[in-house]
Design a protein around this ligand. Structure first.
Ligand SMILES: Cc1cc2nc3c(=O)[nH]c(=O)nc-3n(C[C@H](O)[C@H](O)[C@H](O)COP(=O)(O)OP(=O)(O)OC[C@H]3O[C@@H](n4cnc5c(N)ncnc54)[C@H](O)[C@@H]3O)c2cc1C
Length: 406
């Protein structure tokens, strides 16, 4: 096995040296949905697939390599300094694993090889203007019409929808039952007639996410993922894949808010002799290293076949807390030097600082992760859920909650 791993490492090194782009600290991870280089990302993913490095632990039957977690770790280590295709993140981290877990054989054959080859980009159509943390309260509806489903409603904050070929959609298919019971998961073509995608600009100046309007969008009957009206369990599974993916992805040493990037910034600003800055950097080193090790350990558990279940929220929460700590240290080290966005000398770090707030919201907010860890990992008392048994269609008839004093 170790010979095999050595051989795999040599092949990975040779492939990356020939085809990869080694990142400078100024480049960092860059924007997840870099709008200028989609073709470059598709191209590199196809090369990664052809060279046998795509879907390393995924089943061979669907285009994966069927190799071990040790091979995956070798690839993660070797590829960490290189700029990798990020546009397929939702496909690899969430949509693909959910289809492998719940899809029909036809769905797996149809979608997984194209995902691994970089031919199809995926997005996740969960959040709505009235349903974010409480995504089970969604009101986009899908109604059966012969062999098809007809979808009407609105989704929001959909990362990469404007670049996606396919989306995983959850919609209400039975409003006569309590909200968690009447939801179904579908695959939808992002080019469907009646689907309008509008960009939303975020604080960094980019528009990486979108809002979508479904106006009588027709979906074929065989697009249901899992069972009709069992979409909540499918959504929970996909959210777990999402949190594990966000929390345990390989941490690039040169990412904008890493210890290495911030130490580099301090050195360039001549601040590394300041005892206060040294103290803050040491603290950052300890927390950054702790978070990287936690992510690695959780990834190893996943690769070894252990189910993280609700524990997937721990590295997700740790990652966003780490980003908060890093922003405080950047403030200590550089202050106003990184406060300005336009014309900054430190574009990568400034980008990281401006975007950092999103870490505590995307994939479920920090408060929601704390709730999950409290209830399902630590076994603390559950939050009261007054709407759990009431049919969705009757929810709006409940009078507003009264305060205890009334
Ligand atoms: C960068 C980014 C990318 C995203 N990409 C996608 C995507 O691709 N697809 C998608 O479907 N969605 C996406 N989202 C949306 C994201 O999942 C939601 O924003 C998130 O779930 C929070 O929902 P909300 O914005 O409606 O806030 P709300 O649910 O309205 O929450 C507002 C505040 O109330 C708090 N809160 C709510 N309920 C509770 C509770 N029970 N206990 C304690 N506090 C609570 C929250 O923590 C938060 O601070 C993305 C968001 C971001 C920031």
């Amino acid at each position: 096995m170790s010979d095999d791993l050595d051989d795999f490492r040599s092949r990975a090194k040779a492939f990356l040296a020939e085809n990869g782009h080694r990142m400078t600290s100024e480049e960092g991870e860059g924007a997840l949905f870099d709008t200028d280089n989609i073709e470059w990302q598709r191209d590199l993913q196809a090369k990664i697939f052809d060279a046998g490095f795509a879907g390393i632990t995924w089943p061979k039957a669907y285009g994966g390599q069927g190799l071990t977690d040790a091979h995956q770790l070798v690839w993660n280590e070797e590829s960490a300094p290189y700029k990798m295709p990020a546009i397929f993140g939702i496909g690899f981290g969430m949509a693909g694993p959910t289809i492998v877990d719940l899809g029909t054989e036809e769905q797996k054959q149809r979608y997984i090889p194209k995902l691994l080859r970089g031919e199809e980009i995926w997005c996740q159509l969960f959040s709505e203007p009235g349903a974010g943390s409480d995504v089970a309260g969604l009101s986009t509806k899908a109604e059966r019409d012969g062999d098809e489903w007809v979808v009407n409603g609105q989704k929001v904050w959909t990362s990469g929808a404007h670049r996606a070929d396919l989306g995983i959609l959850i919609a209400r298919t039975d409003p006569s039952v309590p909200k968690h019971n009447g939801i179904t998961m579908f695959v939808v073509s992002m080019r469907s007639p009646g689907l309008t995608i509008r960009p939303l600009k975020q604080a960094t100046g980019e528009a990486p996410f979108n809002e979508e309007f479904f106006d009588n969008v027709r979906i074929p009957g065989d697009s249901v993922v899992g069972e009709v009206n069992a979409g909540w369990a499918a959504a929970v599974l996909m959210l777990r894949h999402e949190r594990i993916s966000i929390g345990t992805n390989a941490k690039q040493p040169s990412r904008p808010l890493s210890y290495a990037s911030i130490k580099d910034l301090a050195a360039k600003l001549g601040r590394t002799d300041d005892p206060l800055v040294r103290d803050r950097l040491a603290y950052l080193y300890a927390t950054d290293t702790g978070q990287v090790l936690l992510a690695q350990r959780m990834r190893q558990e996943v690769d070894a076949g252990f189910e993280l279940r609700a524990r997937g929220s721990i590295p997700k929460l740790a990652g966003s807390m780490m980003a908060r700590i890093a922003v405080d240290v950047v403030d200590e080290v550089a202050g106003y030097e990184v406060a300005a966005w336009e014309g900054t000398e430190w574009p990568s770090i400034t980008y990281g600082v401006v975007r950092s707030a999103a870490f505590g919201i995307e994939g479920g907010s920090n408060e929601i992760q704390r709730g999950i860890i409290g209830e399902r990992v630590l076994g603390l008392a559950k939050d009261p859920q007054l709407d759990r048994e009431i049919p969705f269609q009757d929810l709006r008839k409940i009078p507003p909650a009264r305060t205890a004093s009334k």
